[in-house]
Design a protein around this ligand. Structure first.
Ligand SMILES: [Zn+2]
Ligand SMILES: [Zn+2]
Length: 255
């Protein structure tokens, strides 16, 4: 098993200390994870301490500890983002869409606004940005592909149709899709992306990685086994980790 999406700093309610890092790594070790990747939000840049993670990782020789970043894709800010991600030797970069224009749509106080949209328009506006993020060439992984469903607004059109171009961009640009288990603990109560999108992506031969989106150590690896079962059912054979921005493929049976 692997978990490439954990937030050491949580929602900035914690600092990067050897103790905090140790809690995450202890949990990963107890679960028998093969690889764990820290991917804090780029918006917390000032508080991040990548070298401390690398240093602490030396105390866990049996764990592959990776340092990544979850970057908020902002249209028109590609150059800025590029500079940031090239300023440190990351193992991987997750590109995520959390905002449409200036609207940070996944904050809980923003839920009422979701219902003011025509649902298909909301999905189209969101997936247009995911497609741009995927095509930007900035990222290795696309995070929580269908995050826009978070408050359970469902489109009238089949979500596979609405997501098609974003998935094509993921495929064409050799990006990896994560199954992010955290959606189960949001109002929508299901993984990102939902099963039929995972199925479609697997038919397109898009590669997958796994992430719990844990914002605290006890949630590391949560439901990752179940995500592996989905992939097994769909006949997926390989799962992808990263090192120095290069893919590392593992047999799904072994992880
Ligand atoms: Zn995110
Ligand atoms: Zn996250």
């Amino acid at each position: 098993m692997l978990d490439l999406h954990v937030h050491l700093l949580g929602h900035l309610d914690r600092e990067a200390t050897p103790e905090n890092i140790g809690e995450f790594l202890d949990r990963a070790q107890a679960l028998g994870l093969k690889q764990i990747g820290f991917a804090d939000h780029d918006t917390y840049w000032e508080n991040l301490n990548f070298e401390l993670i690398r240093k602490r990782a030396k105390d866990y020789p049996q764990l592959q500890v990776r340092v990544g970043l979850e970057v908020d894709y902002r249209e028109g800010k590609e150059e800025e983002i590029n500079k940031m991600i090239n300023s440190y030797p990351f193992d991987y970069i997750i590109g995520s869409v959390h905002q449409i224009g200036d609207w940070c749509f996944d904050f809980s106080e923003e839920e009422p606004k979701h219902w003011q949209w025509e649902a298909d328009d909301l999905y189209r506006a969101y997936f247009r940005l995911v497609e741009k993020a995927a095509a930007s060439g900035l990222f290795d992984i696309i995070g929580h592909l269908d995050l826009i469903k978070i408050y359970k607004v469902r489109p009238r059109t089949d979500v596979r149709v609405l997501a098609a171009r974003a998935l094509e961009a993921v495929k064409d640009c050799d990006l990896v899709l994560e199954i992010n288990t955290n959606g189960r603990y949001k109002p929508v109560q299901e993984f990102y992306p939902e099963y039929k999108l995972v199925e479609l992506a697997s038919r397109m031969e898009i590669l997958f990685t796994l992430g719990s989106d844990a914002h605290a150590a006890p949630y590391v690896g949560r439901d990752i086994k179940e995500a592996c079962q989905w992939l097994n059912e769909l006949g997926v054979k390989k799962i992808v980790g990263f090192k120095e921005r290069r893919m590392e493929k593992f047999d799904l049976q072994d992880v």
